[in-house]
Design a protein around this ligand. Sequence first.
Ligand code: SAM
Length: 255
Amino acid sequence: MNVPNKTHESHVTAQFGPRAASYVASAVHASGPDLAHIAEIAKTLRPRRALDLGCGGGHVSFQVAPHAGEMTAYDLSVDMLSAVKKEASLRGLSNISTQQGSVEKLPFADGSFDFVATRYSAHHWHNIRAGLAEARRVLAPGGRAVFADSVSPGTPLLDTHLQALELLRDPSHVRSYSLAEWMEMLRAAGFAPKEAKLHRLHLEFSSWVARMATSEVNVSAIRALQASMPRNVAEYYELEPDGSFSFDTMTIEAV
Ligand SMILES: C[S@@+](CC[C@H](N)C(=O)[O-])C[C@H]1O[C@@H](n2cnc3c(N)ncnc32)[C@H](O)[C@@H]1O
């Protein structure tokens, strides 16, 4: 084996770039109570300038844009941004612009946005504290932020199994944080988080691994890990015979 010399960011772009179209089309990403909640907040708030961090296939941007003055879709992957641009034009959402970069260093002035949202992206950030501090910096006084992501149940046994499954599926996975970790990190970044809303997300196994083009050897490792799960872990994740399972997701609104 050659000693690997890839950066984490190149893992992210290598994982997501070639799969941009499937993220635009993904049913898991295109709907959900978290997305509906974000849209509802945007509808009430009617932000002047909104930012979608780690926009992926653009589903947050597509929901927020109809209620916003300007919508910026931001991502590390240029391929994702091209797919978002194309889909925004098909949907007639002319107020969406795209910008490439890392959340850990945002190319925007302090207080540039009155609404900042991120969904299913933070578990890939190599430095979440820097990303949250940047989100806080670019939010205008009185602005609103929403953080949505997968969440770890927190107990070590359940946590280890979740992170192991995720990392085997996708080498750009960093960590699904627990609710307690999220609350601590948000407060440390200067946010005042409201109570989290929790949901369950069902993942159908074959489309879950296909979306990330997980290698056959890693798919076998995931199946082996699932087969050796203690009963309480299998029950918690509602493991099914074909490998499909469910985990927790959260949405936290913060000011
Ligand atoms: C699962 S997709 C996001 C899904 C999308 N937000 C949605 O709601 O459907 C994760 C995205 O986060 C982006 N990403 C990961 N780490 C990032 C970082 N440090 N800075 C910017 N974007 C990042 C990836 O390129 C990828 O497009």
